[in-house]
Design a protein around this ligand. Structure first.
Ligand SMILES: Cc1cc2nc3c(=O)[nH]c(=O)nc-3n(C[C@H](O)[C@H](O)[C@H](O)COP(=O)(O)OP(=O)(O)OC[C@H]3O[C@@H](n4cnc5c(N)ncnc54)[C@H](O)[C@@H]3O)c2cc1C
Length: 470
């Protein structure tokens, strides 16, 4: 039986362990933190890449297909609420510029569903996006919000009641890009991995060194598990520390690392379920994109793509000739290791509230609701706008995960399984078909309970572990 060692228990390592564990392989997952999926956050399923005006159509199509796969892999982690996109008056863009791409994505979704009806996870293809003009919104503004919004109109009511209509260009766009709840995904994935007989989890364990041993590897570990792990195949899923593992293996690679943060606010007066709201803007300028991501119980995660909110002037670094690991300034590593100073956390959260309150004036009443959701992520190569990447195989029997968006994990783990097959390390045929792990066995109430505990264990309100809309 082939032994697989996976370094890193973020969404990349966990998804790989789930697939390879389902294929009956002997998998050891090594994660230096105490819990799985505790690195950079994710809240948005980029089912079409409509948050990124700068990327090409090919990346958008891949994001759509991969997001559908992701929603099928982790259905319990998807919040089925749409996203509303607004172009503000101060932005040089026009909503009409976005339409050709949306139409292309609607055609693409229709084709994907025609090929496999199981892919219809974003609603009816004809409803992939809808436009709302000012008149329609004036009418919706007078309606009471629905307790459980169903139709596109019902989802638009809260936006209609709170958006400053004079600050946006028309029409608004509602698109079926859904939300993700990372606490629920961490809970469900962790519970399934714990049930897999041939999967061993070493949490609180750091890989400190790797030596070659014959065709395989010997990993030196420290922490909860102290000792050596032998493996026939190695998966480097170390996130923004991927370059450190490359260095251990003597692999030269070019990559960037970016530190970013989102903020947790609480809007007591928020009376209903909301869609996500995106206010477009030019990244890195004071008018950078604003992202309002609703969680239950009035909590809202916020991004503002300016250097005073989500981005940092020194937050993007690249690898050099000496090492494949880009060097982040020390203050970011301190945040990752020890958390934030109270002053900076509340200052940036308040700025984020102000950024969104320019368009939602009532939202200025929101308060700091919890710690930031933050972290560093890798971007392979040298193009910081890259949004789709999966995996590379820099040496025989070594896979290096390189995802930029979480939706890439299904293509990534499928490619790793294919590489194992090429190397003759996969067991018999009938087992290869079992690609999707058995999440049903876990049960909703145990999963919901674990998700709440993960959220509160990390200092967030327990309600952020709840689903908005199933
Ligand atoms: C603010 C922010 C918002 C984001 N929002 C979204 C979003 O809405 N949607 C989306 O799709 N993506 C989003 N992303 C990107 C997404 O978070 C990342 O693409 C994804 O989490 C990367 O997962 P990963 O498993 O590759 O890395 P990680 O989650 O970083 O996992 C790597 C793991 O490896 C462990 N590790 C490292 N070195 C070692 C070692 N030597 N020994 C043992 N363990 C080790 C680390 O502790 C870590 O847990 C966002 C990123 C940020 C920063």
């Amino acid at each position: 039986m082939s032994r697989i060692a996976i370094v890193g228990g973020g969404i990349a390592g966990v998804s790989t362990a789930l697939r390879l564990g389902s294929l009956g392989l002997e998998v050891t997952l090594i994660e230096q933190e105490a819990t799985l999926i505790s690195g950079p956050p994710f809240c948005h399923l980029h089912a079409g890449g409509n948050l990124y005006r700068e990327i090409d159509d090919a990346q958008c199509r891949t994001l759509l297909r991969q997001s559908i796969d992701f929603a099928r892999l982790y259905p319990f982690g998807v919040d089925r609420r749409p996203t509303v996109i607004a172009v503000p008056t101060e932005d040089p863009g026009d909503p009409a510029d976005l339409l050709p791409r949306l139409e292309m994505l609607r055609r693409e979704y229709r084709t994907l569903v025609a090929e496999d009806p199981g892919r219809k996870v974003l609603g009816e293809p004809e409803e992939y996006f809808r436009l709302f003009g000012r008149e329609a919104m004036e009418r919706l503004r007078r309606l009471e919000p629905a307790e459980r919004p169903g139709s596109a109109e019902e989802w638009m009511i809260p936006v209609a009641r709170h958006l400053d209509f004079d600050r946006v260009r028309w029409p608004l766009i509602l698109v079926r890009e859904y939300g993700l709840n990372l606490f629920r995904i961490a809970a469900g994935a962790g519970m399934v991995l714990e049930r897999m007989e041939k999967v061993t989890l070493h949490r609180g364990t750091t890989v400190r060194g790797i030596e070659r041993e014959g065709a395989g590897f010997r990993l030196r570990c420290a922490g909860s598990f102290r000792g050596e792990i032998r493996a026939d195949y190695l998966v480097n899923a170390a996130g923004f520390r991927t370059g450190e593992i490359d260095d251990m293996l003597g692999i030269a690679a070019e990559r960037m690392v970016e530190f970013k943060a989102a903020y947790t606010s609480h809007w007591k007066e928020r009376e209903s379920l909301w869609p996500e709201l995106i206010v477009h803007g030019e990244r890195g300028t004071p008018r950078g994109m604003g992202q309002f991501t609703p969680y239950p119980a009035g909590y809202v995660q916020l991004h503002g793509m300016t250097e005073r909110i989500t981005l940092y002037p020194d937050g993007l670094v690249a690898s050099g000739a000496q090492s494949s690991q880009p060097e982040l300034p020390a203050h970011f590593l301190e945040k990752i290791a020890q958390g934030w100073r109270e002053e900076e956390r509340s200052e940036r959260t308040r700025r984020a509230i102000g950024h969104l309150a320019r368009y939602l004036p009532d939202f200025s009443a929101a308060e700091v609701g919890g710690p930031p959701l933050f972290g560093a992520q890798q971007i392979p190569g040298s193009d910081p706008t890259l949004r789709v990447a999966e995996v590379a195989f820099p040496l025989p029997r070594v896979a290096r995960c390189e995802i930029v968006k979480v939706s890439s994990v299904t293509d990534m783990s499928r490619a790793i399984a294919a590489d194992l097959e090429r190397q003759g390390l996969l067991p018999e045929r009938q087992e290869k078909d079992r690609e999707i792990p058995e999440f049903e066995a876990v049960g909703e109430s145990a999963l919901a309970d674990r998700a709440r505990r993960i959220a509160s264990g990390r200092g967030f309100p327990a309600a952020m572990g709840d689903r908005c809309v199933g």
